[in-house]
Design a protein around this ligand. Sequence first.
Ligand SMILES: Nc1nc2c(ncn2[C@@H]2O[C@H](COP(=O)(O)OP(=O)(O)OP(=O)(O)O)[C@@H](O)[C@H]2O)c(=O)[nH]1
Ligand SMILES: [Mg+2]
Length: 285
Amino acid sequence: MNIQWYPGHMAKAKRMLQESVQLTDVIIEMVDARAPLSTRNPDFDSLFAGKPRVIVLNKADLADPALTKQWISYYRSLGWDAISFSANAGKGVKEAVSLVERATKPAVDKMKSKGVHKTVRAMIVGIPNVGKSTFINRLRGVTVAKAGDKPGVTRGKQWIIVNPYLEFLDTPGMLWPKIEDQTSGLYLAFIGSVRDEAIGAEALSMHLLEYLRDNFPAAIETRLKFTPEKECSGEELLNLACRKRGWLLSGGRFDTERGAALVLDEFRSGKMGKITLQRPPLPEE
Ligand SMILES: Nc1nc2c(ncn2[C@@H]2O[C@H](COP(=O)(O)OP(=O)(O)OP(=O)(O)O)[C@@H](O)[C@H]2O)c(=O)[nH]1
Ligand SMILES: [Mg+2]
């Protein structure tokens, strides 16, 4: 599989993050609760070394709640402060503010001892499409940052004043140049953090159908109305999905373009259920 992950604006995004680090007191790393490990950018460890950093598992409404809890425990066991969030529903705003307050307490207390009420600056970072701008809008209570259901919506940085003592910097989503692990690459594409064109919507939907066949066959049964046999390839599964809908083109070919869009949308919108793609590693791993 040859996947072009790294659109031109990413290098610029990286430079921008590098320049902004000095201006911030805490880094909020947003990941997708459906793939909390694969959606972490490995470049961030060196980019943000020495800065307080916390993790927000967003899109919790689309993830398996039991596994989200396990992921939070996992990150906390590694010494990261972490919370889950659902930016669409706006659940967890108070917890998010507390998370930032906990991380910046030492700096705030230090200034307080000098008689200054410090304004905390938090930079929100993450790969594309995890919900950074939506999160900021939620915290602010009104739409101030542009958001959208495709990767690469935010291109520049934008400071947003949440209250007189708390400011957030929205940043463009950033991928890393080479995604070594094919499985992680597919997860990123399943959830829409990599443009569909990088793999091709039809090929991507076939991979997703194979993943669902092996891990969540009930999702196919319930939403696409057929039982996925183990020996069915992704292509056959996509054809079956089209056949069930009666999506045929002239010449008897299945309308796989339409089928692919359906499969990806059913999964991404949560209609197939709350599916978490990754489990936390066991302690010994
Ligand atoms: N279901 C669900 N959808 C969400 C949530 N948060 C954001 N979204 C949706 O995810 C899409 C991407 O949201 P954005 O806020 O634009 O994501 P971003 O991280 O700013 O993306 P870039 O600017 O492209 O890096 C939008 O369609 C949002 O409505 C959430 O918690 N749950
Ligand atoms: Mg954005």
